[in-house]
Design a protein around this ligand. Structure first.
Ligand code: SF4
Ligand code: SF4
Length: 402
């Protein structure tokens, strides 16, 4: 697809990068068959190809109307289209750039600006989020049913391992995960401890940057990344082997640090190193001897939910199934190949109607074999599915912590 850049983008890095990315698309339309929003609306503008055309139009005219905003906002950034595309189209990178340019070309109504600002402020601050959740959990019985379902129950935490192991890895605790499902990080520590690995938390590290970056607040997102690199760098010098994430959404952001900070002379090399060392916890366990764990596999059938960030961004579609299969769990069958569950970061809040339809489809596929539990790898998907599932939804690492 050829793009003639509008003069205002011609000399910009964003414009040139978007032009190069757009040129990979050959309009074949193969991606339409795996795009959840196109399959829902059958509107070309809700498809990857349609959105690429909308971004091309923005790049050529320098303008974006409310329709461009609507259809780019409706994209889940699930990146299913990237996996399908025979031309290796890097759609996720393009849509992030397109959204950034769109924010300048088509200012949002005030209410939308405030909503997005509030989401960025709360979701990227673990302390604030934790306290907000404590209040919501206290008021939970008084809330209307719909809101009540969205507030996760308070988890009773298991004991953390005592002492230090010879091998050390940094852990990104996440924002929502730390507040809403702290047992995921506890289970990660307990399981890795049994394998001879201690997890270290760098106190000054915080949000991975995904919330800000994917809501088109690119400068704030990049600053989140720089802060994390500064917090982790001394530990990497001291021999930490890797930076572990147990939320695949955060892990997908970490592997992009190198690309996103490539033009920052102070951080480019460090960011590249951080991306090289970042691993989903499942990738670590794939290289370890799981027979050292004593696991209770008698929980009944386990349905596997592989989040989009694990499937398409980290390119590990079978990671959970392989690990739980190796550990001896009875894996439930699903009716179809899973598309996005509709969680997609802040999408479940900002596009709740489409999000709920996608969740219904995902749960239909996941529960067809009557599983006792659904295992996922990302806290956003976990909370979103749990709000409507009739069975427990948990991070798969909790199943190994028995
Ligand atoms: S599959 Fe790839 S090349 Fe084909 S239309 Fe979609 S994005 Fe473009
Ligand atoms: S990222 Fe997902 S929702 Fe967005 S265009 Fe691609 S397949 Fe469709």
């Amino acid at each position: 697809m050829h793009v003639e850049l509008h003069p205002k983008f011609a000399d910009t890095h964003a414009g040139q990068t978007a032009k190069a990315l757009t040129s990979a698309c050959v309009h074949c339309g193969f991606c339409l068959a795996t795009c959840p929003t196109y399959l829902d609306s059958r509107d070309e503008r809700d498809s990857p190809r349609g959105r690429i055309y909308l971004i091309k139009n923005l790049l050529e005219t320098g303008e974006a109307g409310s329709q461009t905003q609507l259809h780019l906002d409706r994209c889940l950034t699930c990146r299913s289209c990237e996996t399908t595309c025979p031309s290796d189209m890097q759609y996720g990178e393009l849509v992030d750039i397109g959204r950034g340019l769109m924010e300048q070309a088509a200012p949002r109504p005030l209410a939308s600006k405030i909503q997005r600002r509030l989401l960025r402020l709360t979701l990227s601050r673990p302390q604030l989020l934790t306290w907000s959740l404590v209040v919501a959990q206290f008021l939970r019985p008084l809330l209307p049913a719909r809101l009540r379902q969205a507030v996760p129950l308070r988890q009773v935490q298991k004991a953390l391992p005592a002492g230090q192991r010879a091998r050390k890895m940094l852990v990104l605790e996440g924002c929502v995960q730390r507040a809403a499902t702290p047992n995921t990080n506890v289970a990660a520590r307990r399981v890795l401890d049994r394998l001879g690995i201690s997890l270290i938390v760098a106190p000054k590290a915080g949000c991975c940057g995904a919330v800000n970056y994917h809501l088109a607040a690119h400068a704030d997102g990049l600053n989140n990344m720089r802060r994390n690199i500064d917090a982790w760098w001394p530990h990497l010098h001291d021999g930490a082997e890797a930076i572990i994430s147990s939320a695949s959404g955060c892990g997908a952001m970490l592997v992009d640090y190198g690309r996103l900070l490539a033009d920052d002379p102070h951080y480019a090399d460090k960011a590249k190193r951080v991306s090289q060392l970042s691993r989903d916890i499942g990738e670590i366990l794939m290289d370890e001897d799981l027979t050292k764990l004593t696991v209770d596999t008698q929980v009944g059938k386990v349905a596997i939910h592989s989040p989009c960030t694990l499937q398409h961004a980290l390119q590990q579609p079978d990671l959970i199934r392989t690990l739980l299969g190796r550990a001896g769990f009875d894996i439930a069958t699903t009716t179809e190949k899973l598309l996005c569950c509709g969680s997609a970061g802040t999408y479940s809040i900002l596009q709740s109607t489409i999000s709920e339809k996608l969740r219904e489809k995902a749960l239909h596929a996941l529960t067809h074999d009557q599983p006792a539990v659904i295992a996922t790898a990302n806290v956003g998907c976990q909370l979103h599915l749990q709000a409507a599932a009739g069975v427990p939804v948990m991070h798969w690492i909790e199943l190994l912590d028995t």
